[in-house]
Design a protein around this ligand. Structure first.
Ligand code: GLA
Length: 758
């Protein structure tokens, strides 16, 4: 699952650090024996693996030369576990076999006996079954901290032990890859969970509030020690809060709930939570950063937001909802609408069909008790659609394969409830997990029609209800026989599927390479393009405009030919995840594809990772810090990237809403020129990215990729900018006066200052 391009997900913000003095740990990041395929006899300690190859465990097996290998493989290592390890430990009750992260599934055997599966210990009686179940959630990003009682006879103290790991990888990178595998005795610090990412901070008047848990995960040991919380202003380093709770005693499995309240700073505060295990003489800490809101609250006056151009092909159904903020009730007008279109004055939904090609200049008006706003909208009826990057929501980064109809409907309703629609958010897209599954084989009805699974009883009804809200409806498939999640996909049924989609009212298709890897004859451009042409032809035959989103992770420099195969957008990399490493690698890596973005064709650096995400049934608040999230949204807007919210919209908090509803920031993304920002300056950890705007101005972000606050003096000319113009801080929507020959900016670590220069 893990893509080769993703760096290790080491979650800097929530890093749990414990000291392990030398000699108290056996490093397992050594050469393991390795074989592809599956044979349960490999678990036996006496099995002769002398003929196996060796492999490193700090990289995926693809990175060790087993390119594109998906399926079963085994890792084995022989290790002497000295009794001294136990004798010298403070706690002597359990041995910990830490295997880092494994992509995707694993079963771990100690001396022939199964001790754990996918990161959880199992009882000695557990029988290893077939571990891979198509359509289940991947565990690629999950840690494997296995443990076993020190008195368990399966451990051979002072003798050779054999650890065998059976792995199944279903796509992308595979294997044991995080490089931090080790054997230790369980330490007291392993038993304490400082759960500081269970809920986001809440703004209450002038304060920030949040609840954290201290949890003892041990069944027998009472944790004793002192807990402290310290907050400093991230920009200045000044201490703004300190609290100590001395002499805590947490009984086995006890949880202590703590409420934190600090005065709201203008910038992020860096909070360090430390626990001092006074008896054991060790300390651990975790950190996080507090949110701060920059987007001014929308005014009560009507204001029309979002794109100033929209498009449809002649004779195809047209749908556009006027995005306007301001007090409700509001009524709408649209002057000079082309023949065939009608406006509903209460909802602002414009719908119908236009037969004649043309660039129609329409005047939109939004009116409420407080006033009127008016703005021009170009309705382009021609061959090209998707003239500004699509803005919407997609189910993958939150629900993964656990998506269902209720979740999609609930998301669509939050567009209205939380006012997202007023800022241009339009698409409601279902990713993988809606199709029927057939035990590793595609399954269809007797006529070959695609079937939905029980979670999506009626796609047409769902499509109709999304359209009735003035929103658009998206879906997902693969050109191969199966999707990445193992569900039925479109191979050899492309036209039939396109017809099904059209009959459900689909407006957007994400078409994901996945199992087409087994169909393609070779890794040539012709083979990369082929399946995308086939679906393009199929989409051309239906009576709807369907935005065509190619997903094949950038193979063959897709940005060079995505337009040729009729794509509107194309993923440029592997999958994103909610860590700074992933965001940095993907976001700041969008240099080469810059010239290829234009109205109707967008480079797609993957979906947004703000809010509550999880890729499965259980979600967590994003592991990105608030500054990293400002960087994320600023960069995606500068890059003219598709904006697909990846979080549970029902749990949108105030901070995330602030990130997603800043109209001046969104305006960069929706600018009709459609130019992607260029990286114009790299100076150590500082990067400047500049985007040309249709009105002749330039938008730019000064990013700090380093771990400390940067006080940077920008010489505009060195970054391709002209001094002298009016400078505007876009997040704060504040004019900064004339830009001089030197612009001085203070940027928090991993943060950004985003400007427009007129
Ligand atoms: C691939 C894609 C993801 C998502 C999953 C669904 O990994 O890159 O965006 O669509 O497949 O299985």
């Amino acid at each position: 699952m893990k893509n080769l391009l993703c760096l290790l997900a080491l979650g800097i913000t929530l890093s749990l650090q414990a000291q392990t003095p030398k000699g108290e740990s056996i490093n397992l990041n050594q050469k393991w024996r390795f074989i592809q395929g599956d044979n349960i006899a490999y678990a036996k300690p006496g099995f002769d693996d002398a003929g196996w190859k060796t492999i490193q465990t700090d990289r995926t097996w693809e990175e060790s030369g087993y390119e594109k290998y998906d399926g079963y493989a085994w890792f084995r290592i022989k290790v002497i576990i000295p009794l001294k390890l136990k004798q010298s430990a403070f706690l002597k009750d359990s041995l910990r076999i830490y295997l880092g992260k494994i992509d995707d599934f694993d079963q771990v055997f100690l001396n022939g006996s199964l001790i754990g599966i996918n990161g959880k210990n199992v009882s000695a009686r557990t029988v290893p079954d077939t571990m891979f179940k198509a359509g289940t959630q991947s565990y690629w990003d999950v840690e494997r901290p296995y443990s076993i009682s020190a008195s368990d006879p399966r451990i051979k103290w002072d003798q050779e032990n054999v650890i065998a790991v059976r792995v199944f990888d279903w796509n992308g990178g595979g294997g044991m890859y995080s490089g931090d595998q080790a054997i230790t005795m369980i330490k007291v610090s392993d038993y304490l969970a400082i759960e500081n990412n269970i809920s986001p901070y809440k703004f209450v008047n002038d304060n920030l509030k949040k609840t954290i848990n201290l949890r003892n995960t041990s069944a027998s040991y009472t944790i004793e020690g002192d807990f402290s919380i310290r907050a400093i202003n991230k920009l200045t380093g000044e201490e703004i809060y300190k609290n100590e709770i001395l002499n805590i005693a947490l009984k086995p499995f006890q949880k202590q709930v703590l409420d934190i309240q600090i005065k709201k700073p203008d910038q992020s505060a860096l909070i360090t939570y430390s626990f001092d295990f006074t008896k054991a003489g060790t300390k651990i800490y975790v950190t996080d950063e507090t949110p701060y809101i920059t987007t001014p609250l929308p005014s009560a006056l009507p204001r029309i937001n979002g794109a100033s151009v929209t498009a449809a092909r002649p004779g195809k159904p047209f749908l556009f909802t006027i995005p306007a903020s301001g007090d409700r009730p509001m009524t709408f007008e649209a002057l000079n609408l082309p023949k065939g279109l009608n406006l509903d004055p209460n909802s602002g939904i414009i719908s119908g069909k236009v037969d004649l090609k043309g660039e129609y200049k329409v005047v939109l008006k939004a009116k409420n008790e407080k006033g009127v706003d008016s703005r021009e909208l170009t309705i382009s009826i021609g061959d090209r659609i998707c003239l500004t990057p699509p803005m919407g929501w997609n189910s993958w980064n939150c629900w993964g394969l656990a998506v269902d109809e209720q979740k999609v409907i609930a998301s669509a309703h939050t567009y209205l409830n939380k006012g997202l629609m007023n800022h241009g958010w339009t698409y409601v897209n279902i990713d993988d997990g809606w199709e029927i599954r057939g035990d590793l084989n595609p399954k269809r009805d007797p006529e070959g029609n695609i079937l939905t699974n029980e979670k999506f009883p009626d796609m047409k009804r769902l499509g109709d209800s999304i359209h009735a809200l003035g929103l658009k409806f998206g879906i997902y498939s693969s050109p191969g026989p199966l999707t990445c999640g193992g569900y039925t996909a479109s191979y050899q049924h492309e036209e039939q599927d396109a017809r099904s989609y059209a009959s459900w009212g689909i407006d957007y298709l994400k078409y994901d390479w996945c199992s087409y890897g087994n169909i393609a004859k070779d890794a040539t451009l012709a083979e990369y393009k082929k399946p995308y042409f086939v679906m393009r032809d199929a989409l051309n035959k239906v009576d709807r405009d369907i935005v065509y989103s190619l997903c094949q992770y950038g193979m063959g420099d897709v940005w060079k030919w995505g337009d040729e195969v009729g794509g509107n957008l194309w993923r440029t990399t592997g999958d994103i995840t909610d860590t700074w490493e992933s965001l940095r690698e993907i976001g700041f890596g969008q240099v080469k594809n810059q010239p290829y973005a234009k109205p109707g064709n967008w480079n797609d650096p993957d979906m947004l990772i703000v809010g509550w995400v999880g890729w499965g049934p259980s979600l967590h608040p994003t592991r990105l810090t608030p500054d990293e999230q400002y960087t994320h949204i600023s960069l995606w807007c500068l890059l003219s990237a598709p904006l697909l919210i990846g979080c549970d919209l029902q749990r949108l908090d105030e901070f995330t809403l602030n990130l997603l509803t800043n109209d001046e920031v969104i305006a960069l993304n929706q600018d009709p020129l459609g130019s992607q920002a260029k990286q114009t300056l790299v100076d150590g950890d500082i990067q400047v990215w500049v985007k040309e705007m249709a009105d002749g101005s330039k938008a730019f972000g000064v990013f700090n990729l380093g771990g400390k606050t940067a006080n940077f003096i920008l010489e505009p000319e060195k970054a391709g900018l002209k001094p002298g113009g009016e400078l505007r801080d876009l997040w704060r929507q504040k004019s900064m006066g004339k830009a001089g020959n030197l612009i001085s900016v203070a940027i928090p670590s991993h943060g950004v200052m985003l400007y427009k220069l007129k």
